[in-house]
Design a protein around this ligand. Structure first.
Ligand SMILES: [Zn+2]
Length: 500
């Protein structure tokens, strides 16, 4: 070419040439009278396409009505995937466009991911385009730990009152519970009540799954139409919903775009399962990797809507003992990755681990990892304790079911199953993979091999503990495993305490 811009070489001609010589020229355009045909030939493409359709925003008439009425103080309650967070984001965008500053509050470590996601979505809406005539408001993000730090409720009230502008304050809080049987419940109640007392024109919209003990100052909205998960996934969650203080799903005439794909059920029993606990076994990780490969995960251009990327996948567990290789300052591995993580890596799957080790020993790295997961910044499979991805969703979710080493004195198998379904399965929009391992006995089975001995730098039993669940249903979902900031956490109800 004689010059940098050649009128004869149009963009289309350039694309045709590239397609001819370096790739399959598979896309054609023809005049069409019956709509565009979507090419779906493989299971993976079906998962990707259904996941794309499920991700398209749908609002129910009830949600539209709420947005139109626009009350100042709202608590939205509903089972996972009923559109609570979406409505919070929409309300935040509305406030911003009206010129109000919006304060997004994360009250617990377990809500960092979803709160980060809300904050990011609001900021993206600001950069998406000009707002009508007004100067838009700004987004502020406030982080607290009201479970471990009693004073954080008062601190949050003080901080927020200082942000009041002409008597007005606009606040969003996701994943709230007012159930006084758990510590965070009474503290959320105190936070909301005090804010309502101190701020003359408070606009506070919050959301959570629990439907008990809602402060009377808040107008309650119950969402029951499932909007996130395909029916095939919902059928795995629904049987346990009535065991929690959560409103059941309803069929309100909003059909799903498809039934979803059959659940892939992996079962790893007998001596082949190495390690005592579900997260210990490298073969389990490799088995998950085989299914991901079968779905074509990662075999594509990242972000292509009709293909699955690694970032579309969660591998979730209740275990707090999940970790990647732990290294010392010299880079030497002092504790090898959990078996399931190693298995995935051995199979060539790029993984990011949201584990307890970083939370305890490198909080900055943990916070960075949470932010990445919240916005799916890295094209990796996220392997995580399910409490840390509350409120997020992925097209493909693999759940390592069953009790974990943190459960020695805690939940029964049935309670564990309920938690797995409500907290982990519900993150899935389209393709669920479950992994069952041998039931754990009180005495460790004699294992033939242990390929991934785990030597944590902190005693495991200090990391995560659950308060005992209330005696009889209905009751709230068990709080997620708590995590101490030190290994000398105080005891609660005779057990080592921690964070919800
Ligand atoms: Zn296994």
């Amino acid at each position: 070419m004689a010059c940098t811009v050649d009128a004869r070489l149009t963009d289309q001609l350039y694309l045709d040439m590239v397609a001819r010589f370096v790739g399959p020229a598979t896309t054609v355009s023809v005049p069409c009278y019956n709509g565009v045909r979507v090419e779906v030939r493989t299971t993976g493409q079906a998962v990707a396409e259904l996941g794309r359709r499920l991700a398209l925003l749908v609002l129910t008439l009830q949600q539209l009505d709420l947005m139109n009425r626009d009350p100042p103080l709202v608590y939205i309650t509903g089972a996972p995937g009923t559109g609570k967070t979406v409505v919070l984001v929409l309300q935040g965008v509305r406030w911003l466009r009206q010129g109000h500053d919006v304060h997004v509050i994360s009250t617990l470590y377990t809500t960092r991911a979803v709160s980060t996601s809300i904050k990011q979505q609001l900021q993206m809406s600001l950069s998406a385009g000009p707002t009508p005539s007004l100067t838009p408001g700004s987004v502020s993000y406030h982080l607290y730990d009201i479970f471990n730090r009693k004073g954080d409720v008062d601190q949050a009230v003080t901080d927020l009152v200082a942000c009041v502008n002409n008597g007005h304050l606009h606040v969003l809080i996701d994943e709230v519970s007012f159930d006084s049987r758990v510590k965070r419940g009474s503290r959320h109640t105190r936070l909301v009540t005090r804010l309502a007392q101190r701020v003359p024109h408070l606009y506070l919209w919050c959301a959570g799954v629990h439907n008990t003990e809602i402060p009377p100052a808040l107008q309650t909205q119950v969402f029951t139409v499932p909007l996130r998960s395909a029916p095939a996934v919902l059928r795995e969650i629904q049987p346990v919903i009535h065991r929690f203080a959560v409103h059941d799903y309803s069929d309100s005439g909003v059909p799903a775009p498809g039934d979803g794909l059959s659940v892939i059920r992996l079962s790893h029993h007998g001596n082949a399962h190495t390690g005592r606990w579900p997260v210990d076994c490298a073969q389990c990780g490799q088995d998950i990797a085989v299914e991901l490969r079968r779905l074509g995960v990662g075999r594509s251009v990242a972000n292509s809507p009709s293909r699955l990327s690694y970032r579309d996948v969660f591998v979730l567990t209740r275990s707090g003992d999940l970790h990647d290789d732990v290294t010392d300052e010299a880079g030497r591995v002092t504790s090898p990755a959990s078996g399931v993580v190693q298995g995935l890596k051995d199979a060539g799957v790029p993984v990011s681990v949201l584990g307890v080790q970083d939370f305890l020993h490198n909080r900055a790295r943990w916070e960075g990892a949470v932010q990445d997961v919240a916005v799916a910044a890295t094209d990796t499979v996220t392997v995580a304790f399910y409490g840390w991805v509350t409120g997020l969703e992925r097209r493909v979710v693999a759940v390592l079911q069953g009790r974990h080493q943190d459960d020695d004195a805690g939940w029964t198998d049935e309670e564990t199953d309920r938690g797995d379904r409500l907290e982990a399965v519900s993150r899935c929009t389209t393709q669920l993979i479950t992994v069952r391992t041998p039931p754990v006995t009180t005495t460790p089975p004699s294992l033939t091999t242990t390929t991934t001995p785990v030597t944590t730098t902190t005693p495991r039993h200090n990391l995560i503990q659950q308060p005992l669940p209330p005696p009889s249903p209905p009751r709230p979902p068990p709080p997620p495993p708590a995590t101490t900031t030190t290994t000398t956490a105080k005891r609660r109800r005779g057990r080592k305490c921690v964070l919800s």
